[in-house]
Design a protein around this ligand. Sequence first.
Ligand code: ATP
Ligand code: MG
Length: 316
Amino acid sequence: MIAGDGIGPEVVESALEVLRAAGASLDLVHFEIGLGRWKRTGEAMDEDDLEEISGCDCILLGAITTPPDPNYRSVLLRLRRALDLYANIRPFQSHDLDFIIVRENTEGLYSGVEEVGVEESRTLRVITRRGSERIAEAACDLAARRRRLTIIHKSNVLRSDRLFLQTCREVAERRGILYEDMLVDAAAYNLVTNPQRFDVLVTTNLFGDILSDEAAGVIGSLGLCASANLGKSRALFEPIHGSAPDIAGKGIANPVGAIRSAAMMMRWLGELEAAGRMEEAVKKALSAGVRTPDLGGRCSTSEVTGAVTGYLMAEE
Ligand code: ATP
Ligand code: MG
């Protein structure tokens, strides 16, 4: 458990309460990692943490603030790299929408290969066949149980995306998945004008980052959305929102994204029944109008949490 900064600890506390109400028995290890620790000690996370985290089955994370300081190494990037969490799975659900963005998490414009100069700076966009193959496989795993796959790219301009598109097509063909492809600009437009048309979307790192925030807006709030970062044997679950310093400490953060992330974690751990019950309880609370201000409601974080745990207990 990494509660992190800003609203991270608030939403993670909600997720823990809901996990308890769902009867989850977890052997929890808490890590103090993030900006708070960096300010105190000059280091946000050390190698010992990384080693201990590697020994855990999975991680539930609140949010970590990345300060605009050149000496700060992003904790999330380090964790993703160390645990090789290559697949970022982001489901978006509302009363009339249900689609999943599968974002490649380790390469593309986040390769970390950069040259910084005064007059000119460069970032290398790295696309590999192996990276594209494994993200396409992860997307096909989901699409196999759903309707179809949309491969999102910019291969008319970026030659690196031709390899991505070609590889995704090959994987989809081999797996017998119904697929189409779409330029990222068209996808951005369609997400707003006709989001129902999407089912499973697969794309490269930066495009996935941007389209996910757009999708969250389409759904209604960043605060509703969950994500999983999956590797071969390890996984990290986190709401897609950041640390939201503007509302931290006010008790009004929407805990649904964190609760849904905890439900995804339970599913990944094989606790399908508990995961399903947690998701249902969230839906009931939202339909009953128990909503935080980001959704136009008046409820506090703890009121939403209380409603969700209430629905979970009522079932038993
Ligand atoms: P970071 O640098 O950590 O990403 P940020 O300033 O980008 O932080 P985000 O967390 O990405 O902030 O949030 C963007 C906006 O969405 C903020 O105005 C924030 O208040 C709002 N927001 C994000 N998460 C939630 C939430 N769980 N509940 C309510 N509002 C939220
Ligand atoms: Mg942000």
